[in-house]
Design a protein around this ligand. Structure first.
Ligand code: ATP
Length: 236
């Protein structure tokens, strides 16, 4: 049984259909990447999985239950945590306060200090800057904070929407290394990226999304070696 399964999912914005009959699955322990150009529907997919957008067709199953109509905050409680595009940290709050906000939905507060430790082990920079306000940190540090905040909910499934966007190359490498580490620690990852090169390298499996439709599926290595994928997404 897949941890996450989208079955014939459609999403509309008013009369515009952004996602067409999408079927994808993410197995427990995997990193799955969803690759697509600007406007392909990557963010829409993530928001639908997180419960921030309703479906106009199809269903979403998580951990064996149909969550298609489950409210967003209850999906967090069930174990789905989103790091949104553009990070969405609280700029006037400190690093520590931002991380605390990520833990709001958890029932088990007793293991919270272990999660603080985990986040600070993954991101020593955040530990050094606990008292600094989020908005004064660099783009890369804010991305780390956004991922750290999502991890404070102790998710089974981490949704990452373009974590490398707008970052300098050294931060991009670091973010991808950390995603791998988070996954090795037992968190399943669904990653949306325009940076197809890195995202395919990292992924167990990947899907190509074009104008709201899945057009290809395969292992990361398979798709990275494919000529048409190379031409469209890997700079030829
Ligand atoms: P990007 O990388 O630019 O964020 P994306 O792959 O995440 O692209 P989406 O943001 O999911 O793409 O957008 C998918 C389609 O839905 C696009 O055609 C977009 O114009 C449209 N769309 C997105 N948000 C809205 C909205 N609030 N109202 C109407 N149309 C929207």
């Amino acid at each position: 049984m897949a941890l996450l399964e989208l079955d014939d999912v459609s999403v509309h914005y008013g009369r515009i259909q952004a996602i067409h009959d999408m079927s994808i699955h993410v197995e427990e322990g995997e990193i799955v990447s969803l690759i697509g150009a600007n406007g392909a529907g990557k963010t829409t997919t993530m928001r639908a999985v997180a419960g921030l957008l309703g479906l106009s067709g199809g269903s979403i199953t998580f951990d064996g239950d149909d969550i298609s109509r489950t409210k967003a905050h209850l999906r967090v409680v069930r174990g789905i945590s989103l790091t949104p595009e553009g990070r969405g940290i609280f700029p006037s709050m400190t690093v520590l306060e931002n991380l605390d906000m990520g833990a709001y939905a958890r029932k088990d507060k007793s293991s919270m200090s272990a999660d603080f430790d985990r986040v600070f082990d993954l991101f020593p920079r955040l530990k050094e800057r606990q008292k600094q306000s989020g908005g004064t940190m660099s783009g890369g540090e804010q991305q780390m904070l956004a991922i750290g905040r999502a991890l404070m909910a102790h998710p089974k499934l981490l949704l990452l929407d373009e974590p490398s966007m707008g970052l300098a190359p050294q931060f991009i490498r670091q973010i991808f290394r950390i995603i791998k580490e988070v996954n090795q620690q037992g968190t399943t990852v669904l990653l949306v990226e325009q940076n197809a090169n890195q995202a395919l390298k990292l992924a167990n499996r990947a899907y190509i999304l074009e104008t709201g439709r899945i057009t290809r599926e395969g292992s990361g290595a398979e798709l990275a070696a494919d000529d048409s994928v190379k031409a469209a997404y890997l700079g030829g």
